[in-house]
Design a protein. Sequence first.
Length: 545
Amino acid sequence: MNEEAFKKVQAAVEAAKGTTIKQLFAADPERAAKYTLTAAGWTLDYSKNRVDKNVMKALLKLAEASNLKAEIEKMFTGRKINETENRAVLHTALRNCDPKAKVKVDGKDVMPQVRRVLKQMGAFADSVRSGAHKGYTGKRIKYVVNIGIGGSDLGPVMATIALAPFSKRYIRSYFVSNVDATHLAEVLREVKAEQTLFIVASKTFTTQETMTNAQSAREWLLSKIKGKANDVVAKHFVALSTNEAEVVKFGIDPKNMFAFWDWVGGRYSLPSAIGLSLMISIGPRNFQRLLKGYWKMDRHFRTASLARNMPVVMALLGILYSNVYGAESYCVLPYDQYLSRLPAYLQQLDMESNGKSVAKDGTRVTYSTGPIEWGEPGTNGQHSFYQLIHQGTHLIPCDFIGFCKTHNPIGDHHDKLMANLFAQTEALAFGLDHDQAVEWCRKEGVDEKLAPYRTFEGNRPTNTLLADSLTPETLGSLIALYEHKVFTQGVIWNIYSFDQWGVQLGKVLAKNVLADLTAKKKPVLKHDSSTNALIARYRKAKGLA
């Protein structure tokens, strides 16, 4: 992080002398209008933050000092900014809706490949949705089971739930990710083999958890449907992979293998072949609308000035709270049940991307990176953890997400839902001082000594993101907004956001542990004393030597 520019941010905050959000509003009746942005179907009200014009100016200078604009161009034009893996980062190419666009990696335009796979996906999705693609016994597909993990699961499951109003309800979607057999077993209890399509998402077709689940699903299918194994599997399995040899070995028809590329990180892969289960659910046209939403936010991020750039502003506010105020987490609160899995999706996006402690030059960073992301749909969270946000000792910035219109207009449900969203941001920003708490006690006829417990200090920062309704377009632009926010923070923190070496060591060690757990003869354990004891305890419980 640029030290000189960051010191100016600290100086601007210090100069504000602890001015509260309440005081900022009192000093400027036009504050809300000045601190509101619009882009790609979304309105961002960031007025309820601890910023004035001088703090924002310093934050924007920090972004400029990080050469953010140049880094954005590197990403969009296929430069290998994922240097530790020597890869380009081109998830934006997946949703580029310009039919004349050319995006090159190593001198080769990747857009023809992207369009070819999208066309292949669309044709297959239509065949499943229309009933043209049938199972081995001639019955139409009714159940789609996506088998993946990480980005191959979190994106499709989140978006499939989010876009349920646009889905073909006849087709039921299920998702299996955990290698815990319970996950697969419970799904298999819900489906019928003759009408089930399995989508196996693994680039290499060697991912341990995914292929373990896929092999067990294959065995289950063949136990239910009698016929030549490869003929049965060919009708009920498709692959999202680039390893044709392993796909064919599994029994999947290579015509039903959908490719994606090493310049697409798993947590950014929803617009790729990884989104096939979603496309089957909502149809190719709605999937294209999703891509258009992504594209609109992509263009905004690439072309808007930093001061009017929604992802950049959100990123800078996150930097402010993480690096100046010492906030260790932030909360995402979607006030829409269809977005129930969005916080989990964003956990991977943010924490796998920026959970790094080494700068690009290989030295250890001296400042906080990668805040903890968490959240829950409103209003459920209000009856769970909001107490901590309002009156706890931790500073927890929050993003509130809502829609003016609902897909389910029952009574006054939606009015009450949105009233709670707006009221929570008001309460967090302005609080309730001691005198107001005393008055509250008097009105309720309770002892005024209880006033301290009813006092809210306020000054708790929030962003409010508002769109007309949840559609494929607004979902796509919302996801892109957070992708670019995370990217911007990685640039400013001077870390590599697109690798994830932190997940590898555990995988490597797990192979050795598995060999010890399953050895027929008592193994010579070569781990630490704790791990050795745990392995021995497990083997004893299993009746092994």
